[in-house]
Design a protein around this ligand. Structure first.
Ligand code: NDP
Ligand code: HEM
Length: 482
């Protein structure tokens, strides 16, 4: 017979009972001196942190990135040097649903990577699409409000969603992706990931390049049709969470090939599309994808709350060799994520094991709720008594010249910038006949929700006609408007 340890309270003190509270006689009232039952009830009341305001429902796993090609001519980032192996965490998620919502809902999927590198944490907080609905962070909370629940009746509302989209033509490319069957992936293992934004890479000589990341699933793309996805929402709302966990548990480790597109720094100025506009891709004919390595997921979390719910990903975690770009959305996100973590998890979220870097932290920040790291020396810089010293040379190549008036303005247009041109290319050149038929069905299904008004349906038709007249015509016919 195995001997089982004695239950203790959280202070390690042996507990007298797992079943009975301390009472005055068997039928009498309970006593405040039963510290153990009070601790249990009080701790239970504090078991949750606020769910993420977006991407609340998700799952994740640990793995390793291996770089197989030499890209030292583009970046000096240690994790991207040939032969480097870097441990990582990937969290996949839906965007708009709450913590208990169904995994197979039509939505982009989050694809958030945290690399525990020799130079501290590097996070790529992307999606399963290379683009986004908007191009200015000013519109992000409004966009999300249109996708979440109404403030009055607490219902989600397709009329509200189409209202925002049709008033925001820059959404056309991403909404086209979303309404194809890629909006309902069969599993997280069977979808691509994208860094989506344009980032800066710089090499040891200080030469700079613009880069986009593509993580191509080695399992192959697989999607659900709208009706398959809808059925699973009812029968197994945790389908994707279960799929990833079970696959890793049985040793079927999913992997992604890591590709990049590289643009010479100077080419950005007069590229045919604004290369920093998050609603646009860089066509492969201009910048082909280059394979640099592969990552595999090989370990499930041992504790969901500690390692996935409390994981904090932040686009501002960049390491030497990698920098930001003038993408306005990226700029907004650099602020937003650490701010969200300080609120959602607490100001010392970076001390939790899942978020803590795997290198010594020599920071002058200290104290605050739940702090346990010792500050460096006397806790201030500059000082005359030792301790770490910052090294500006590490980041010199990150600097680039900008100039301009302070304005509130759309991006200056590049030669071929247009809200519909790349969505049109997807419809005209990439989608198969079946993909097109499903796209039309999915749009029509979504716009046929009872709350969508007749006037809104007309606007929906105009939106799709702007992308392509055949697409608009088919949507119009299926909505019985022509
Ligand atoms: P390409 O023909 O070179 O590339 C088309 C891309 O579309 C490939 O990355 C392909 O990769 C992807 N794709 C294939 N089927 C679908 C689908 N049903 N839904 C979404 N993506 C699909 O052309 P361009 O580079 O000139 O791009 C044309 C259009 O393709 C773009 O306007 C954009 O809408 C879309 N696209 C472009 C990407 C890019 O980075 N250039 C990336 C993804 C999409 P795969 O099948 O492996 O996903
Ligand atoms: C999560 C803000 C755009 C991908 C979040 C969270 C916030 C946020 C506040 C919750 C963070 C948390 O509590 O842990 C914003 C803002 C954006 C923006 C302000 C635009 C200005 C984007 C874009 C992408 C993206 C463009 C993808 C390309 C994600 C992902 C998560 C997330 C994947 C979940 C991360 C995780 O798994 O923990 N976003 N977001 N977001 N966002 Fe964004």
């Amino acid at each position: 017979m195995t001997t089982r340890p004695t239950t203790t309270d959280d202070a390690g003190i042996p507990a007298p009972s797992d079943e009975h509270s301390l009472s005055v006689g068997p039928n009498g009232p309970l006593l405040l001196q039963d510290h153990y039952v009070i601790q249990k009830m009080a701790h239970f009341n504090r078991e949750r942190v606020p769910e993420r305001v977006v991407h609340a429902k998700g799952g994740g796993a640990f793995g390793v990135l291996q770089i197989t090609e030499d890209v030292s001519q583009y970046t000096k980032a240690k994790l991207f040097q040939k032969g480097a192996q870097t441990p990582l965490l990937l969290r996949c998620s839906t965007v708009a649903g709450e913590l208990g919502s169904a995994d197979t809902a039509r939505d982009p999927r989050g694809f958030a990577l945290k690399f525990y590198t020799e130079d501290g944490n590097y996070d790529i907080v992307g999606n399963n699409t290379p683009i986004f609905f908007i191009r200015d962070p000013q519109k992000f909370s409004d966009f999300i409000h249109s996708q979440k629940r109404r403030p009055d009746n607490h219902l989600r509302d397709h009329n509200m969603q189409w209202d925002f989209w049709t008033l925001s033509p820059e959404s056309a490319h991403q909404v086209t992706f979303l309404m194809t069957d890629r909006g309902t992936p069969a599993s997280w293992r069977h979808m691509h990931g994208f860094g989506s934004h344009t980032f800066l890479w710089y090499n040891a000589a200080g030469e700079r390049f613009w880069v986009k990341y593509h993580f191509k699933t080695d399992q192959g793309i697989q999607n659900f049709t709208a009706s398959e996805a809808a059925a699973l929402q009812g029968t197994d709302p945790d389908y994707h969470t279960r799929d990833l966990y079970e696959a890793i548990k049985r040793g079927d480790h999913p992997s992604w090939t890591v590709n990049v597109q590289i643009m010479p720094f100077e080419a950005a100025a007069d590229y045919r599309f604004n290369p920093f506009d998050l609603t646009k891709v860089w066509p492969h004919s201009d910048y082909p994808e280059i394979t640099i390595g592969r990552f595999v997921l090989n370990r499930n979390p041992e504790n969901y709350f500690a390692q996935i719910e409390q994981a904090g990903f932040e686009p501002s975690n960049l390491v030497p060799g990698i920098g930001t770009s003038p993408d306005k959305m990226l700029q907004g996100r650099l602020f937003s994520y650490p701010d969200a973590h300080r609120y959602r998890i607490g100001p010392n979220y970076l001390q939790l094991p899942v978020n803590a870097p795997r290198v010594p932290v020599n920071s002058y920040n200290f104290d605050g709720p739940m702090a346990y790291r010792n500050p460096e020396g006397l806790g201030f810089a500059p000082n005359s008594y030792g301790g770490p010293v910052a090294d500006p040379a590490l980041y010199e190549a990150e600097n680039y010249h900008v100039t301009g008036e302070i304005v509130r303005s759309a991006y200056a247009k590049h030669a071929e910038d247009d809200d519909y041109v790349q969505a049109r290319a997807l419809w005209e050149n990439v989608l198969s006949d079946t993909d097109r038929a499903h796209l039309v069905d999915n749009i029509v299904g979504h716009a046929s929700a009872p709350e969508v008004t007749a006037e809104m349906k007309q606007r929906v038709v105009t939106y799709w006609t702007n992308i392509h007249k055949d697409l608009g015509h088919r949507v119009s016919q299926a909505l019985s408007l022509s």
